[in-house]
Design a protein around this ligand. Structure first.
Ligand SMILES: Nc1ncnc2c1ncn2[C@@H]1O[C@H](COP(=O)(O)OP(=O)(O)O)[C@@H](O)[C@H]1O
Ligand SMILES: CC(C)(COP(=O)(O)O)[C@@H](O)C(=O)NCCC(=O)O
Length: 306
């Protein structure tokens, strides 16, 4: 362990020993529920990594809830009841959505915080017609492709304890914002905000999205692994979502496997890899917790800010 690092660093073995939680052994039945979220996730990974991680976050949420209750009795109504806000950042295809959904399911098991809402920042991308007008269709996911004011307004409303929150919805099938659709969230105990940009600092703004976070996680992996997951996901989508004639990428449905792989590499190199290097990776050290994944999505290291 590096004494001067701002993080406590846990290898896979050390992290496993944190898991001294007999009542937290996951049953086959519970695991099957989680499998519904992502078929590829392993039970070992859930019980050795995600359960202790969730238990750790539970400690933080518990302390936050107690502190806020005491602050309310000391300071009165200005201290509104607000959700515990968790940001999850990382590259495109590193596994943010999967981790976020897993954590939503696991964190909601506690009675003290059973209402866990999940919002992705995709909904705050500008719609395609605006990106087209601005000549930014190949910049989707870059900082300038998001309506950051709208996102800050949303997270600010959440922090103020606004009982009903409305978020715009993005469809990966339509590759666009769904006009007229909204995600409505009511009085969450925990709000998870997941997206590539959640730890970014916009130099023109006075406040950043992360100012509203109570906890933040960066999911890290070597670029070669992330690229592989991106390409695999692209091939999977070619066989499923792209087959839908409504899909923006329907034209890719008829690609041969070799052509699909080539196309996925091209999109990765031209857009997502550049964004990772320029805008996402530099935000890693701003996170409270960094999880480093190895091949096959296994978590090899966990770093927790001291
Ligand atoms: N823990 C995991 N175990 C196995 N596969 C995973 C895991 N996390 C993500 N994946 C797979 O990796 C790909 C990218 O994950 P996803 O959650 O969609 O990433 P992101 O939201 O960061 O773009 C998907 O094909 C997903 O099924
Ligand atoms: C909408 C996104 C920026 C969001 O990424 P996510 O948060 O889902 O990882 C990304 O999926 C995307 O569309 N990137 C642009 C290039 C591409 O089509 O992959």
């Amino acid at each position: 362990m590096n004494t001067y690092s701002p993080y406590f660093e846990f290898g896979r073995e050390d992290w496993g020993s944190v898991n001294d939680l007999p009542h937290f052994q996951i049953t086959e039945e519970e695991f099957e529920q989680l499998r519904g979220l992502n078929e590829d996730i392993s039970i070992r990974e859930v019980s050795e990594v995600y359960l202790p991680l969730t238990r750790l976050i539970h400690l933080y949420v518990n302390a936050f809830q107690r502190l806020h209750a005491e602050m309310r009795s000391l300071l009165g109504s200005p201290v509104a009841k607000s959700p515990y806000i968790i940001g999850i950042a990382g590259s495109v295809a590193v596994g943010k959505s999967t981790t976020a959904r897993l954590m939503q399911t696991l964190l909601s098991q506690w009675d003290q915080h059973s209402n866990v809402a999940l919002v992705t920042t995709d909904g705050f991308l500008y719609p395609n017609h605006i990106l087209q007008e601005r000549g930014m269709m190949d910049k989707k996911g870059f900082p300038e492709s998001y309506d950051i004011k709208k996102l800050i307004q949303f997270i600010g409303n959440a922090k103020c304890g606004q009982p009903e929150l409305r978020a715009p919805v993005y469809s990966h099938t339509a590759y666009d914002i769904l006009q007229g659709e909204e995600q409505i969230i009511t009085e969450p105990d925990i709000l998870i905000l997941e997206g590539i940009n959640v730890l970014q600092v916009n130099t023109e703004a006075q406040v950043f999205v992360s100012d509203y976070f109570d906890f933040s996680i960066y999911i890290d992996a070597d670029e070669a692994n992330i690229r592989k997951w991106y390409v695999e996901r692209f091939q999977m989508l070619r066989d499923t979502a792209f087959q839908n004639p409504e899909s923006y990428f329907h034209r890719y449905a008829s690609l041969t496997q070799a052509e699909a792989i080539q196309k996925a590499y091209q999109i990765w190199e031209q857009i997502n890899a550049v964004n990772l290097q320029q805008n996402i990776l530099p935000t890693k050290e701003r996170a409270k917790l960094i999880v480093k994944k190895g091949p096959n999505h296994t978590i090899e290291q966990v770093c927790l800010r001291k």
